[in-house]
Design a protein around this ligand. Structure first.
Ligand code: G3P
Ligand code: MG
Length: 246
């Protein structure tokens, strides 16, 4: 029920490089990570870009919202210098550029749909459509595809309508009481939860229903072993230096 890699570099390169940049992907690869998670949001012109926060200011030098700027404007913004001078000049990459890099390097992707407020369906639809376009060959050949995921139910529903052939994971913090019903309604293949909210009993229940179980964000090798022993299928980590990729 989890035909995907077990260990993913969170936001491209974990906390060893500026998150959600091409430099992060290069860093992940340098540590042997050929599987990544990253976040995708829509720019003002509707182009999907790879960034986590709705607001500029933390990782991207600028003011206002991501969704107030075009992809070209975001690409020209400074998204690396906050992490260190060696990374100065990294911009906010487009989703297209990140997919191109990952495909070229044979890096598997968990694409998190991260809608700005009020843009849930539009983001889910745009990301799914774009992914379907990039992976047309693999879809036709029945080959391995990326996994979409989102905390947003509306985004997951829109992604399903736009590209039903792309598998989806449902992101939650704690697994809610009605998880099975909701997972069935959404037609997701996996539940992605905060590992700190998971119990062995819940893990057993989820796995017993044949769903994939993915955890974020696991930063110690000991915790990773415990979770895998509970039946967790995969996880993302910020500590790509401490946890060896599988
Ligand atoms: O996809 C797992 C994880 O990335 C979800 O939380 O806030 O880091 O995007 P966040
Ligand atoms: Mg994420």
């Amino acid at each position: 029920m989890w035909p995907y890699p077990r260990t993913l570099a969170h936001r491209g390169g974990g906390t060893l490089a500026p998150e959600n940049t091409l430099a992060a992907l290069r860093c992940g690869l340098a540590y042997g990570y050929r599987a990544v998670e990253f976040d995708v949001m829509l720019a003002a012109d509707g182009v999907p870009v790879v960034v986590h926060d709705v607001a500029l200011g933390r990782t991207v030098a600028g003011r206002g919202a991501v969704s107030d700027h075009t992809a070209a404007q975001l690409g020209a913004m400074e998204a690396g210098a906050w992490f260190g001078p060696a990374f100065a000049g990294e911009g906010v990459p487009t989703f297209a550029a990140v997919v191109e890099y990952c495909r070229a390097q044979r890096i598997w992707m968990n694409i998190e749909i991260k809608p700005a407020p009020g843009c849930d369906a539009a983001t889910g639809e745009a990301v799914a459509r774009a992914t379907r376009g990039y992976f047309a060959q693999e879809i036709a050949a029945g080959e391995s595809l990326p996994l979409l995921s989102s905390f947003s139910i509306a985004a997951l529903q829109a992604a399903r309508e736009a590209a039903p052939e792309l598998a989806r994971g449902w992101l939650v913090e704690a697994i809610p009481a009605d998880w099975l019903e909701t997972a069935k309604e959404l037609g997701v293949v996996a539940i992605h939860c905060d590992h700190q909210q998971l119990t062995p009993a819940l893990a057993l229940e989820v796995k017993g229903e044949g769903l994939g179980l993915f955890c974020y964000t696991v930063n110690s090798p000991e915790r990773a072993s415990d979770l895998l022993a509970w039946g967790v299928d995969g996880f993302c980590t910020d500590r790509i230096d401490l946890i060896k990729p599988v």
